[in-house]
Design a protein around this ligand. Structure first.
Ligand SMILES: [Zn+2]
Ligand SMILES: [Zn+2]
Ligand SMILES: [Zn+2]
Ligand SMILES: [Zn+2]
Length: 346
């Protein structure tokens, strides 16, 4: 059997944050506006357009994952963007999810922040992407896109507050954010340790019917059983981070949620910038959906078994790019898994 399961995996849990998850705290978080590692070069709506509905996607998860090598990866953040519209994912999840890597060396112009205010960059007041457009009436409020200008004008009540000097815009802005963004939670990590359960004594659920099935039954999705057993001790985990120290180690493997729907080698192409392979870094579990105010009853609600992120093994530094796009793969539960998983409702 695979020995990879004895390797250390960091589990991520969603927790409400006491303090704002701002960029200077290098947060790992779910939802909210992106906290930009590089506050002067930020992604624009065009960078994260959903290829189905053509609207800007929103931040699903950002992880702060500093690396020792190369020096340019001293600070390192991964940003996962997601279209909020479940029907886009139904049409093609490949076109409604995107992942980017951003890095900075230890000595950089932004951290610690310079004394004088040099950051004149304007962010979209709604979603935090680059504000390439501004309100033509007040010339003070910036937007990434027409969509967000409209939301802010109506739901954010900018039509009332435009051109006023009132500083109490926060309430309206937060209403507006609620409509557009995923709710924000901090991601707190804990090491899974050596919690492997004895393989010979499965505590995984088996289908309950007139007869008890063995796990070896043809119809049973073995990967799902393994998955279920693995997450059972910590059912609230929303993320599994499994990047390794590379020296002599084999690449980490995801915890598959099913025997089917795994990526083929050609689905995870090498890094186009340095030629190095892309390796598995972390996975977002379906439990994260519980935190997104997703209506599961809706037929086209947002859904996945697991979202797998693969990134350049060398954390390559690309001099003219502040954001390097990496690879995301979605794996779904099989029907057998879904039918009696109950995993979502744990
Ligand atoms: Zn979309
Ligand atoms: Zn926006
Ligand atoms: Zn205005
Ligand atoms: Zn690379």
């Amino acid at each position: 059997m695979a020995t990879s399961s004895t390797k250390v995996v960091e589990l991520g849990f969603a927790e409400p944050s006491d303090s704002p998850l701002t960029a200077d705290s290098f947060p790992s978080k779910i939802g909210g506006k992106p906290a930009w590692l590089n506050p002067v070069h930020v992604l624009s709506a065009e960078d994260v357009l959903c290829d189905i509905c053509k609207k800007p996607m929103i931040l699903l998860v950002q992880l702060y994952t500093p690396e020792d090598y190369p020096p340019e990866a001293f600070h390192r953040s991964i940003y996962v963007f997601c279209c909020k519209n479940g029907s886009c994912h139904k049409t093609s999840w490949r076109k409604s999810l995107k992942v980017f890597r951003s890095q900075l060396p230890k000595y950089n112009p932004y951290w610690p922040p310079p004394n004088e205010e040099t950051n004149n960059l304007n962010y979209c007041v709604v979603c935090g992407l680059y504000g390439s457009k501004k309100c033509g009436k007040c010339n003070q409020t910036y937007y990434c896109s027409k969509e967000h200008q409209i939301v802010h004008w109506t739901s954010g009540q900018h039509k009332i507050y435009c051109n006023t000097t009132t500083s109490s815009l926060d309430d309206n802005d937060s209403l507006c954010k609620q409509l557009v963004l995923f709710p924000e939670f901090e991601i707190v990590t804990e090491s899974e340790g050596n919690l492997d359960l004895d393989d010979g004594n499965s505590r995984a659920l088996v289908p309950v019917g007139d007869e008890i099935y063995e796990n070896t039954q043809v119809n049973v999705d073995k990967a799902f059983l393994k998955f279920q057993k693995k997450v059972e001790p910590f059912p609230d985990q929303v993320l599994r981070y499994a990047r390794l120290d590379y020296e002599g180690e084999k690449n980490a493997t995801p915890l598959w949620v099913s025997d089917i729907g795994k990526p083929m080698p050609e689905d995870i192409p090498s890094c186009p910038h340095c030629g190095q392979e892309r390796t598995f870094e972390f996975q977002i579990l379906s439990t994260l959906l519980n935190y997104l105010r997703v209506d599961h009853m809706q037929n086209d609600s947002l859904d996945w078994g697991s979202l797998l992120v693969y990134s350049c093994k060398d954390n390559c530094h690309v001099s003219d790019k502040n954001y390097v796009e990496e690879i995301l793969w979605r794996q779904d539960f099989s029907d057998e898994g879904l039918n009696w998983s109950g995993f979502r409702s744990i």
